[in-house]
Unconditional design. Structure first.
Length: 452
């Protein structure tokens, strides 16, 4: 028996290059478990958000897990990097609240849009074009878009939990702390960051689980408990028949001008999110080559792109590498076996779907706020004393959250950046990509004005 185990260990060692990277099977499994604990919140949060677009929440739990399994296995076997993959926060919010609820796009058309960007990103991943895009989009616009989405996530999380409510005088105000649901969210918002800053393993999923359990005993506005009792603890996964292969490419191609800015957002969100995660995780794992290049970078980019084609087939939004993979790296993960382990835990979660569908908004709000805060960290890279940077960033962020529309924010930030450069006599510094963005946003506003 020991000889068989040694042989299996030898196969894993050779395939994943464990010894070469100073790791072991045990170390990789521990790292995978650590990464899963850090990102498991996505199984509850992603369905809670995207179900508001009209899809079945139970089926979205299954779709989320399947997308994560596919992407993580592909990342592990092909790229051999300790990067876990799952549906992205940010893109799910934009798809649900901007594309579907605000713009009135059917969710089938929105999923087709995501799959289309997956094909685009796949083409960019295997060519030199991705390098040009990364170089030509100004840092102020990248940071502004990321921070705008982060702020929108915070706002939507707090609003969904009832912590923020409409007010005829101030437009929005905090809900009454006399409400048990609001008080529960209030406590969660204070305690959850404490768990994170203390580096408690799986802090976000612990917060979600604790608040969900508390909700079983706390009454909501309708007189019922905030959390409903699950129908079961374990259940066989149900095939997502309501969302599987429901992509509507007809809508996409008949409304292409309307979809164009959104396509740009999804491509950029996936592109820069993956790039940043890849740089951060490989740096923490000391896997970069002496010249600073990243091993198997093309395979990693292509994995995200392929997963973003497969994900919408099961009803999810953009699929990307998770920055939470750093937690696994810090626990010793150095190879793709870490990603395979993460996929194994997502397989187990397929049988726990009745639990994930009962998670209330009050339980997910603190996690959403923390995710939004993390997305705003790029603001630290911007010199806010320079108006050329500050104005586009602030306009993108504020217009996005105040109009509840990312496209409005992106357009205002881009227009401001171009006009400021023109005013400074620096027209030559405006890249072709930025001029192209201006044309895209003008076409978008013209088309949507005609449709409204």
């Amino acid at each position: 028996m020991s000889e068989v185990l040694d042989a299996d260990k030898g196969v894993l060692d050779r395939y994943f290059r464990l010894t070469e990277r100073g790791s072991s099977v045990r170390q990789e499994v521990i790292a995978g478990a650590t990464t899963f604990a850090a990102m498991a919140y996505i199984i509850a949060v992603n369905p809670a958000i995207m179900s508001q677009a009209g899809m079945d929440r139970g089926e979205l739990v299954i779709g989320t897990a399947i997308a994560a399994i596919f992407g993580s296995v592909m990342m592990g076997l092909w790229a051999n990097l300790p990067l876990a993959v799952a549906p992205a926060m940010g893109s799910n919010v934009i798809l649900t609240f901007v594309v579907v609820k605000q713009m009135g796009v059917p969710w089938q058309g929105a999923l087709a849009m995501v799959a289309f960007t997956g094909f685009v990103f796949l083409a960019l991943s295997v060519s030199k074009v991705r390098e040009k895009v990364a170089r030509d989009v100004p840092e102020a616009l990248k940071v502004g878009i990321q921070a705008g989405v982060g702020t929108l996530i915070v706002f939507i999380g707090l609003r969904g939990a009832g912590f923020l409510v409409a007010n005829p005088t101030t437009l929005v105000s905090m809900g009454s702390l006399k409400s048990p649901a609001v008080l529960m969210t209030f406590i969660g918002l204070l305690v959850t960051p404490m768990l994170v800053i203390r580096r408690v393993p799986g802090a976000l999923i612990i917060s979600i689980a604790a608040l969900t359990i508390a909700g079983l005993f706390i009454p909501g506005a309708n007189g019922k408990m905030i959390t409903s009792m699950p129908s079961a603890i374990f259940a066989w996964p149900k095939w997502p028949t309501g969302t599987f292969m429901e992509l509507d490419f007809t809508w996409l191609f008949t409304h292409f001008l309307v979809a164009l800015p959104l396509l740009f957002y999804f491509v950029c969100a996936e592109f820069f999110s993956t790039l940043g995660t890849l740089i951060g995780v490989t740096g923490a794992a000391n896997l970069r080559r002496p010249d600073g290049s990243i091993p198997n970078a093309t395979a990693a980019f292509a994995t995200d792109a392929t997963a973003s084609i497969v994900g919408p087939v099961f009803g999810t939004s953009v699929v990307t590498a998770f920055i939470e993979s750093v937690t696994g790296v810090l626990a010793g993960g150095r190879t793709g076996l870490t990603s395979i382990t993460v996929a194994g835990f997502f397989v187990i979660s397929l049988f726990l779907w009745p639990i994930f569908v009962i998670v209330p908004g009050q339980a997910t709000a603190p996690a959403l706020v923390l995710v939004g805060v993390l997305m705003m960290q790029g603001l630290g890279r911007i010199d806010m004393s320079d108006l050329l940077n500050a104005v586009p960033v602030v306009l993108t962020l504020l217009v996005t959250v105040l109009t509840n529309n990312l496209i409005n924010g992106m357009a205002m930030g881009t227009f401001a950046y171009v006009l400021l450069l023109l005013a400074m006599g620096r027209a030559r510094d405006i890249t072709g990509v930025v001029w192209g963005l201006c044309v895209v946003f003008l076409a978008f506003f013209y088309t949507t004005t005609l449709l409204m």
